[in-house]
Write a protein that binds this ligand. Sequence first.
Ligand SMILES: [Zn+2]
Length: 417
Amino acid sequence: MADAKARQGPRCLHCRTPLRQTFVDLGMSPLCESYVPAEKVNSMEPFYPLHVYVCESCFLVQVQEYVAPEDIFSEYAYFSSYADSWVEHMRGYAEMISERLKLGSDSFVVEVASNDGYLLQHFVKKGIPVLGVEPAANVAKVAIEKGIPTVIKFFGEQTARELVDIGKHADLICGANVLAQVPAPNDFVKGIKILLKPRGVVTIEFPHLMKLMSGNQFDTIYHEHFSYFSWISAEKIFASQGLTLFDVEEIPTHGGSLRIYARHAEDDSKPITERAHQLHQREIGAGLMRLESYAGFGEQVKETKRKLLQFLSEVKRAGKKVVGYGAPGKGNTLLNYCGIRTDFIEFTVDRNPYKQGKFLPGTRIPIYAPEKIDDARPYYVLILPWNFKDEIMRQMKQIRDWGGKFVVPIPETKVFD
Ligand SMILES: [Zn+2]
């Protein structure tokens, strides 16, 4: 089947148009969440092309499905609860949306890709019935132990029908950072259409393509993220399944995200807001409906690599110690694309005990607990999850005691004295 697919050439995940226009080609990269345990550090690991296209018909920016989602998400290393500001962000969301939709004990909230229950726990505390849908058994288990009902499944048409068959219909379907990870976006949105009550609301958060482009955030591209959405491309996909986007919030998470609000196309109780119209117009203004606008991104990415390598070469030549902070997926894209290994960065640290003692995929940089930085007293700490840089610089401010400095690689290499 893979051969037949290769002969046909890649096609758009949404509209099946053949994909011809490259958005950016990041070369060969391992799966960025497949941390390497110590016992496998001398074994090989698979690398897959990280070649991103833009569809000339619907403008969906996308990576081909080279790896089955079951191989990526059945044991997922990302426990949402390890990032304080993310947990706080979702607590704020739970407050806001419960108030806005007047949710109560007779409502039903479904979260798709509910992870370890970091969001649904806030609804549970308010006495609002919830259900999480989460394909990664290891993180779902943590949620279930916290008392958050969770089914271990991928979400799509089939799962939605199974839930409807047992009488479940949602007043609110929410998801954060899941839409990008869906290899069949039409099926996913169709599932939402089926599960949503006639007057229900959907909110989905995803990193905003317009911000990815303007902020040079190419490291947020990985095999686990198949699609990169603009408002316009999301609008097309939801419309194709009978759902209308009627409101939007622009939020700072992951370097700039959208929280879109959707409803049934037939539900005229929720008019399309002014800010939704305005964002649509701004994206047109930014050229997101013209193929040429996407063509220059690849060159910008190459220049970012050259600048980061130049910085690291200079400081290493001067004999300065550099370590990393964090072991996020985005760090793995960046390090593999730039070819940065222990020759530049001795080690990295992460608060997530699941990652400690393992090695970064591809680059095999060891991951330790954050305390390791206090022993090593490096001159530079390269912050890989740059979207959490303020939080990390606060938590690690002691590095200034020995003259240490923070460096952020994106949108461009920048030292914080
Ligand atoms: Zn398309």
